[in-house]
Design a protein around this ligand. Structure first.
Ligand code: NAP
Length: 362
């Protein structure tokens, strides 16, 4: 085993409070079906911050998301896991709830070999720690666009006018991939900070990003509107429907909650998103197909790694990383983000001391 310690630090989320605590390392609990991962980088996701104040419905089959984006090293692998110590891995939180939080020095994932094969995914990109990006959120985008094409019976987005509402991490990755699939892209974002970030990082051109307030100029203008803000409110759905062309698609990706509908009391958009369905509605005299996607699978990670390796210029995912912080700084920053006191564009990552060792070797 890779020098497992006698104690380790991990975070706890309880009653809206995030704390960093030291615990005894559970050597005795490491069974045949446990993989222990030592993360080098851990991403903060909008869904993590929503769980702090309970503004996210937690699915029972996969448990809370709090601490799920990471790249790390297998520190210990039980005999029945199929993994080896030293492998570089990432994590898929959509498989098993029997795991500890990723906001920690060590993460414990328990499961059968089949579950672990889905939940712990090997990273083929050798230099990932020197050019860090988070595979899990990108895999969700890969999965979502595959689902969009499947539900719409399309082979690609070639020639399609595609809008994205929200230039957050999800919206920018949608823009990269939809553009790669041939779409003519336009992204709308409410506030200037994320619009500047997208332009300054070279992720979007001037002609690809607009203020959400400017949507009026684009009425009926898009074949597909991907809705990717923190909360998919009725107002945002109305705006999305206004810029969709007759026969267009509204694709729901951002946060929804049980009981959300659009048009009000018609299509159940939470079920459409979580169960990846498609439903036709009539609104403003237009026929619109509302569809959505949720989560991702191992093959979506593999497709994401392939896309990044084959088309590095189309997928500059490392440019989404906006800030590196320490695990010590995490509880205060994440609480401030959840409370709306701080809002940082791009992806904020916790860099663990172990990461530097790999970078100096790269
Ligand atoms: N379906 C899935 O499988 C799946 C997977 C992962 C994530 N998600 C969800 O996707 C959402 C976005 O994630 P992210 O990583 O992109 O988050 P993010 O980087 O924090 O970006 C949040 C985005 O939401 C926008 N926004 C927030 N409040 C808004 C409002 N009232 N009106 C208009 N825009 C608003 C922000 O715009 P400003 O810059 O103007 O604030 C920003 O563009 C989250 O809710 C997350 O839970 C879904």
């Amino acid at each position: 085993m890779l020098n497992l310690p006698s104690e380790y630090r991990t975070t706890t989320l309880k009653d809206g409070t995030v704390s960093l605590d030291t615990r005894a390392f559970p050597h005795e609990a490491l069974g045949e079906q446990t993989v222990v991962i030592r993360p080098d980088y851990i991403g903060i996701c909008r869904a993590d911050t929503k769980e702090i104040y309970g503004s996210r419905d937690v699915p029972e089959d996969r448990g809370p998301l709090f601490g799920h984006e990471l790249v790390g090293t297998v520190s210990s692998a039980g005999a029945a896991t199929g993994f080896r110590e030293g492998e570089t891995v990432t994590f898929n939180p959509n498989i098993t709830p029997t795991r500890t939080t990723g906001f920690a020095e060590y993460i414990f994932v328990h499961g059968t070999a089949e579950q672990l094969e889905q939940a712990v995914v090997r990273v083929p990109e050798a230099g990932i720690r020197s050019n860090i990006w988070m595979p899990e959120p990108f895999s969700c985008i890969v999965h979502a666009l595959k689902k969009l094409l499947e539900l719409a019976d399309l082979d690609s987005l070639r020639g399609k006018r595609v809008a994205v509402i929200g230039a957050g991490c999800a919206g920018l990755m949608f823009a990269m991939y939809a553009r790669h699939l041939g779409a003519d892209m336009t992204v709308f974002n409410r506030n200037e900070d994320r619009r500047s970030f997208a332009r300054e990082q070279g992720i979007l051109a001037e002609t690809e990003i607009y203020a959400l307030a400017d949507v009026e100029e684009f009425r009926d203008g898009f074949d597909v509107v991907i809705i990717a803000p923190t909360i998919v409110s009725t107002d945002i759905l109305k705006t999305s429907a206004a810029i969709a062309a007759d026969g267009g698609i509204l694709f729901v990706y951002g946060g929804t909650r049980a009981g959300d509908t659009f048009p009000p009391s018609k299509a159940d958009i939470d079920t459409i998103r979580r169960q990846e369905l498609s439903e036709s509605v009539t609104h403003l005299g237009k026929q619109l197909d509302i569809s959505g996607a949720y989560g991702c699978y191992r093959e979506d990670y593999e497709e994401g790694f392939r896309l990044r390796a084959e088309y590095p210029e189309a997928f500059p995912l490392q440019k989404l990383t906006s800030r590196l912080i320490s695990l010590e700084d995490f509880p205060e920053l994440v609480t401030d983000i959840a409370a709306g006191k701080k809002d940082l564009p791009g992806k904020v990552l916790i860099e663990m001391p172990s990461a530097k060792r790999y970078i100096s070797k790269a």
